[in-house]
Design a protein around this ligand. Structure first.
Ligand SMILES: *[C@@H]1O[C@H](CO)[C@@H](O)[C@H](O)[C@H]1NC(C)=O
Length: 358
């Protein structure tokens, strides 16, 4: 009888302490069951690719640098960037077709913005007498590679900029649009023209960008880059590689310790381009392996690119499945870059509002 009572008591104690554990929010690395168990900015997941079966609270958000320091030039900040931001897992094409193209992200652009993503890589094509976001080939969009009209996603960004007056967003377009003024028309349709940071204010021979707070005051809070050189003259849209160096994307960018530039970019060390973009994702997006790739190897990659770029930390860190990690993931890589760029700390968490390392 007594034995049974003791046993019952122990069971009750274990249960209540367990309930207490999961009802209070958990920090990074703690064992969890549901996303809701974790602190804000974290979610609950395992990284099987690293043989981690235990579900743990993992980062989904970098620390927003504007929460502490706004007065530095734009090139002194790092931003979480999604590769093929629009290519969402499980999405059905707005043409009604099944999508056969690979997908690179798990959530919508609105959700990415809420998690602190500030760089968006979008592939734009002429399609159906409009501009569409497609993950296609040969510069042609098909029903089975077409996600949705670009204006939909651009409007999500417009709403965010309208509601968040201190935020700056960068769009990097892989540009297959040939229709005259096609990009200009779609930006106008989305109501984005008024936020445009003009190409005339971008530094052309290296040196610093205007400061973030000045960009905010001027309401020039949207940077647009195109991969089509001709559009700088015809539409005033910045040709990406005139302002930015970028390492090789795909498997070529995953080699440990190396940071070769992609063919269209000047060498990483070319300081006449003030911005540095680091790509870190495989040729074929892989949801399972992404948690490993976005963790320790990504930190190695930004360090290798820092050295290759002549001691410059990246401004844009571009990954697939940005929420997947083995703990800190891409948000941590952004914090490391911001820590070094903004106050010389190894992590932005240690930066103080006066720009000192505390
Ligand atoms: C492609 O999608 C459009 C709608 O956007 C539809 O009118 C057309 O029939 C589709 N073509 C094929 C081959 O399915």
């Amino acid at each position: 009888m007594l034995q049974r009572l003791v046993f019952l008591l122990i069971v009750l104690l274990i249960q209540s302490s367990f309930l207490f554990e999961i009802s209070s929010a958990l920090q990074e690395g703690k064992t969890c069951i549901l996303n809701d168990n974790c602190d804000a900015g974290l979610h609950c997941e395992t990284c099987l690719a690293n043989n981690n079966l235990r579900p743990r609270c993992s980062r989904t958000q970098p620390i927003n640098p504007i929460s502490k320091v706004k007065g530095l030039p734009f090139n002194k900040y790092a931003w979480l960037t999604t590769h093929n931001s629009f290519a969402r897992l499980g999405q059905v094409s707005k043409t009604g077709s099944v999508i056969l193209a690979p997908t690179n992200q798990q959530d919508s652009v609105t959700s990415q913005l809420a998690n602190g993503v500030r760089g968006f890589m979008l592939d734009m094509y002429d399609f159906e007498n409009d501009i569409w976001l497609c993950h296609s080939f040969d510069g042609t969009c098909f029903n089975f590679t077409a996600f949705q009209p670009a204006v939909n996603v651009l409007r999500e960004i417009q709403v965010f900029l309208e509601n968040n007056k201190d935020e700056v967003v960068t769009i990097i377009i892989e540009d297959y649009v040939k229709s005259p003024k096609g990009l200009t028309k779609v930006f106008n349709a989305a109501g984005l023209q008024k936020f445009m940071f003009p190409v005339t204010r971008m530094p052309k021979i290296g040196g610093d960008w205007p400061t973030l707070d000045h960009m905010i005051q001027q309401n020039q809070r949207l940077l647009f880059f195109t991969s089509d050189r001709s559009k700088e003259a015809t539409e005033g849209i910045a040709y990406q590689w005139k302002y930015m160096v970028e390492n090789q994307y795909g498997n070529g960018g995953l080699k440990v310790g190396a940071c070769p530039n992609r063919a269209q970019s000047a060498p990483m060390s070319d300081k006449s381009k003030s911005l540095v973009l680091v790509n870190h994702f495989p040729d074929a997006p892989d949801l399972v392996v992404a948690c490993r790739q976005n963790s320790a190897p990504l930190l190695e990659s930004i360090k290798a690119c820092y050295r290759a770029a002549g001691q410059r930390w990246p401004n844009f860190i571009a990954v697939d499945f940005y929420k997947r990690s083995d703990g800190g993931g891409a948000p941590q890589a952004v914090d490391v870059s911001n820590g070094n760029l903004i106050c010389g700390c190894d992590n932005f968490a240690a930066c103080k509002a006066n720009g000192e390392c505390g």
